[in-house]
Design a binder for this molecule. Structure first.
Ligand code: ADP
Ligand code: MG
Length: 261
């Protein structure tokens, strides 16, 4: 799939099913008083279930605008966005909020954890907007912490954890309602290189278990852990390629020095 956008492109994958995410000929204008910024200029991208996409490109190239559309936080000025084949623009605010809470998980550069609140309670937070019994909330939160390898930190406060551990808690929080898609905007932006690879190990592990991931990163060393790299330039897609010789983060970690070395 390339950035050349024609409306005749079918929103179907090879098996005839709609892709999990389908952005078609999306344009985005921001009005700034007199000025008008053309942030996306005809972007067409499909993401199949099970994919792991790294989004790259210079600052200002449209990455966050694109992610906001994928996350139903903003809409394209023109063009379409289909999530599981459903045109998101046809949904009410309430339906959109429901989709954001159930189908999408978000991870950011800052971990955005609540201080003086344990890891387990932080992770359980998104379940407060669902109909779930307290015991089930705790159980789901513990399961999510286990998925990121942090069972033994459930009772810790954010201040008692490293940056990498805090980001894992944030990932567990994003997973707690069982989303099918994880959207991450520079998830390793605040982390050192070894910890960044550890986060990629978590992402590859989750992706192996079926989670679809779209992740913005500035670093080629991080993007190579994804299955596919999409490069933005000036609001268009400049490149969209499968990753060649994708490394396993777990193997890379074995070759990296640890803090004790
Ligand atoms: P990136 O994430 O790749 O750095 P963005 O999607 O944030 O790029 O921005 C793309 C362009 O749109 C930039 O020129 C930016 O200044 C502009 N832009 C982004 N958000 C807004 C906004 N809320 N209002 C006005 N202009 C914006
Ligand atoms: Mg950005």
């Amino acid at each position: 799939m390339t950035g050349t956008s024609t409306l005749s492109l079918p929103a179907r994958d090879a098996r005839g099913a709609p892709p999990l995410l389908w952005v078609e000929n999306a344009h985005k204008y921001y009005e700034m008083g007199e000025a008008r910024v053309h942030a996306l200029r005809g972007v067409t991208v499909g993401v199949a279930g099970g994919d792991f996409v790294a989004v790259m490109g210079a600052s200002g190239s449209g990455k966050s605008t694109f992610m906001n559309i994928l996350g139903c936080l903003d809409r394209p000025t023109s063009g379409r966005y289909l999530l599981e084949g459903i045109d998101v623009s046809s949904l009410t605010k309430r339906e959109l909020a429901g989709i954001r809470n159930r189908k999408l998980g978000f991870v950011f550069q800052g971990f955005n954890l609540i201080a003086r609140t344990t890891a387990l309670e932080n992770v359980a937070l998104p379940t407060l907007y669902t109909r779930m019994h307290k015991s089930e909330r705790t159980e789901r939160a513990a399961e999510a912490l286990a998925k990121v390898g942090l069972v033994d930190r459930a009772g810790h406060f954010p201040s008692q954890m490293s940056g990498g551990q805090q980001q894992r808690v944030a990932i567990a929080r994003a997973l707690v309602n069982g989303p099918s898609i994880l959207l991450a905007d520079e998830p390793t932006g605040n982390l050192d290189s070894r910890t960044s690879v550890e986060i990629m190990e978590v992402f590859q592990d989750l992706n192996d278990r079926g989670l679809t991931i779209v992740m913005v990163t500035h670093e080629h060393d991080i993007a190579r852990f994804a299955k596919r790299v999409v490069v933005f330039r000036d609001g268009t897609i400049r490149k969209d390629e499968a990753t060649v010789d994708r490394p396993r983060a777990a193997n890379v970690l074995q070759a990296l020095p640890t803090l004790e070395d």
